[in-house]
Design a protein around this ligand. Structure first.
Ligand code: NI
Length: 208
């Protein structure tokens, strides 16, 4: 009887271990293959974000300390961007509208990685096409380099055949909590419902 019970316990322990291992493997697979899961910025242990003081599209100064107590989203781009920026800003505008008045608590920052062309006036003109709550930010080359580096964003000037240039840049949106801590990203190919769920979670104070 006792031997039978202990064999049963061993089988139970073995199946519990197997279940735990299966769950762990499943979690790794989900993490590795989920959209955005391969994005290195999803690893919360990496310090992302830092202090900045930049100029808004209305010419005002905005710094990270002005955002304390409010969650915010950061996107790096430029007004001459042919696709990624207008798509992201349009989708973000749709999400803000879907969130309703709740979205007033969320700051969305569009930081230009092309300060040479994107002065406050250029940003103001460009952002007229999107939700007015989106704040455009620009600064000196050094200020932009410092903030982009602190967010571990990628940006690079690429010459074009006509003698002009375009910019390559990170396409993910960084989600930062009310304490200014990085909580996750929204990837460029994120589905609309997922994007909305992540923003709701951010507003509720959770990690995404
Ligand atoms: Ni872009």
């Amino acid at each position: 009887m006792a031997a039978e019970a202990s064999a049963w316990r061993r089988r139970l322990a073995a199946s519990a271990t197997l279940a735990a291992v299966t769950l762990l493997v499943a979690a790794i697979v989900v993490y590795a293959f989920a959209p955005g899961g391969r994005d290195i910025t999803s690893v919360a242990s990496i310090k992302i974000g830092g202090p900045f003081t930049l100029t808004t599209q209305s010419g005002a100064e905005l710094s990270d300390t002005d955002l304390k107590g409010k969650p915010f989203a950061v996107f790096f781009g430029f007004t001459h961007c042919p696709e990624v920026c207008p798509t992201t800003l349009w989708e973000t505008s749709q999400a803000l509208e879907a969130l309703g008045p709740e979205a007033n608590r969320l700051k969305v920052l569009f930081i230009s990685v092309d300060p040479e062309r994107d002065d406050p006036e250029a940003l103001a003109l460009y952002l007229q096409s999107f939700d007015p709550r989106i704040v455009g930010l620009t600064g000196s080359e050094e200020e932009i380099a410092a903030v982009a580096t602190s967010y571990r964003a990628y940006w690079r000037k690429v010459p074009t055949e006509d003698g002009d240039y375009t910019m390559d840049h990170t396409a993910s949106i960084y989600l930062m909590d009310a304490a200014g801590e990085f909580t996750g990203t929204i990837s460029y190919d994120e589905q609309a419902d997922m994007r909305l769920a992540k923003l709701r979670k951010l507003l509720a104070g959770g990690v995404s």
